[in-house]
Design a binder for this molecule. Structure first.
Ligand code: PAF
Length: 267
């Protein structure tokens, strides 16, 4: 592959238009597009959906090939972690990994950081593409690549949404008919919060509290809804302009996440 730019699209499969947007960017910027499908046991908690996670390999293979993927890697758990996974090398990005999704899913980001480090190395990727719906994951991967002196550039790709605003996710398939009808409220609440901040409101705690009330009224059980600095994920302060609203909330058994970046233009 000397002289050719290798791009990587890591996925857990169940390919949808969000993944295809990553692949499209990859094909625009790289000479050779590699995708991986690996449902990574290390990033699921004991009570989470590892066993139920949708596995649609044949359909995924066809979709990826039809959309210009040059090589699909689909390793087994033993190929990634060896015969003794507990003793294999792990990667951890402290600080960023412990908050927000990391607080409610302990160990999740250690599993992500560990597998992504491996996948980047397997593919010899020059660039790797990640969806910005998983914004915290994106920041963690970008930091691990920097900290470990990796040559891979970590690229973020905008969230793809349904016409009603719901961010695409493999987990949307878990939603019942009624839950699916309620789900767009998540993005709607974020947009309303963003509108208030962009028009000058700076009382972030009361804006977030109002957002939480609206989400609860729409039937969500809230994990977090926060306004943070978009680089550090520290709580936002009134003089900052580079902000992000991040949310995780459950509808029934489905945990949805979303975020919205805001340029608050300074105070
Ligand atoms: O975002 C995902 O699909 C996964 O967390 C990733 C990056 C493929 C690692 O397993």
């Amino acid at each position: 592959m000397r002289g050719r730019i290798i791009g990587l699209v890591p996925t857990m499969g169940n390919i949808h238009a969000g993944h295809l947007a990553l692949l499209e960017r990859c094909r625009q910027e790289c000479d050779f597009a590699v995708a991986t499908i690996f449902v990574n046991p290390l990033q699921f908690g004991p009570a989470e959906d590892f066993a139920d996670y949708p596995r649609t390999l044949e359909q995924d293979r066809e979709l990826l090939a039809a959309n210009g993927c040059d090589l699909l890697l689909h390793p087994s758990v033993a190929e990634v972690y060896g015969d003794n996974p507990e003793c294999s090398t792990q990667v951890r990005v402290p600080g960023l990994s412990g908050r927000l999704c990391g607080a409610s899913r302990p160990g999740h980001f250690d599993g992500v950081a560990t597998v992504v480090t491996r996948l980047l190395n397997y593919a010899g990727a020059d660039v790797a593409y990640f969806g910005l719906k998983d914004y915290q994951q994106f920041l963690i991967i970008r930091k691990l690549a920097t900290d470990l002196g990796m040559a891979t550039r970590i690229a973020g790709v905008e969230t793809v949404r349904e016409p009603d605003g719901l961010a695409l996710s493999s987990r949307n398939g878990y939603l019942s008919h009624t839950e699916r009808a309620a789900a767009p409220a998540l993005h709607r609440v974020l947009r309303e919060m963003a509108r208030r901040i962009e028009t000058g409101a700076r009382d972030f705690e009361s804006i977030a509290a109002a957002g939480r009330r609206e989400l609860a009224a729409a039937g969500f059980r809230i994990d977090y809804l926060e306004i943070r600095n978009a680089d550090s994920l520290d709580p936002a302060t009134a003089e900052q302009s580079n902000l992000i609203i991040l949310a995780a909330a459950h509808l029934g058994r489905t945990r949805l996440i979303d975020n919205l970046r805001i340029d608050a233009g300074g105070a």
